[in-house]
Design a protein around this ligand. Sequence first.
Ligand code: FAD
Ligand code: ZN
Length: 230
Amino acid sequence: LPGRKVLIVYAHQEPKSLNGSLKTVAVEELRKQGCSVTVSDLYAMQFEPRATRNDIVGCLHNSEEFNYGVETWEAYKRGDLSSDVIEEQKKVQEADLLIFQFPLYWFSMPAIMKGWMDRVLVQGFAHEYPNCYDSGLLKNKLSLFSFTTGSSREMYAKGGINDDIRYLLWPMQHGIMHFCGVKVLAPHICFAPEYVSEEERKEMLIAWARRLKTLWQEEPIDCSPEWYFK
Ligand code: FAD
Ligand code: ZN
């Protein structure tokens, strides 16, 4: 939709990968629609994934015993978070839609992206009890997890060897996005791109572009336990 702002948080080392192509397709399609698109290319940025003392500039609230959650909360309020975290928070603040593009690592996101979640979604910025879940501080934003897998769709079916893929979306979609008030669109999953034909990979990219064309008409999922575990 013209005027809408999208942040793509992208985690793949190789631009020629399928994840790289999925990212490029999204940038092109969304810009074609008139959206303004920003990409955080985490490996290219050499994004720091570790939650450490270095994320707080200057003095600590309690220098006797370090508590990362408390210190970043206080530093956020003082405007004393490290500049790379502040940069990402500005991108999030401006965005209407957050797209996370990544290969599935151990039923989850790559560590560099998890580090982005750990460091950027600071208390006071993204949530502040009791402002969590539907009243999280990032309400009125949308998110979408777009990822690739090694295993096939059959292996991720209910009763299959990995069992239902929805089980592993609970921590990411509900535990992180919904917790921060962000609404969740249905995930976009490309199963086993390494094991399908070139033709099928091309089809995956076309399908992603096609979905993005009508994305702004989509309703968020009902991000409750039933969606994941029923
Ligand atoms: P690529 O290897 O880049 O893609 C396959 C092919 O697509 C490549 O040959 C590429 O050249 C080609 N391609 C790129 N662009 C195009 C284009 N425009 N047109 C046609 N072809 C194109 N998998 C699981 O299912 N569960 C797990 O828990 C899991 N854990 C993992 C943990 C680790 C540490 C690692 C390293 C992998 C894990 N995997 C897991 C596998 C991983 O999810 C897959 O390897 C990954 O998702 C594949 O995506 P990719 O973008 O890297 O693929
Ligand atoms: Zn939820």
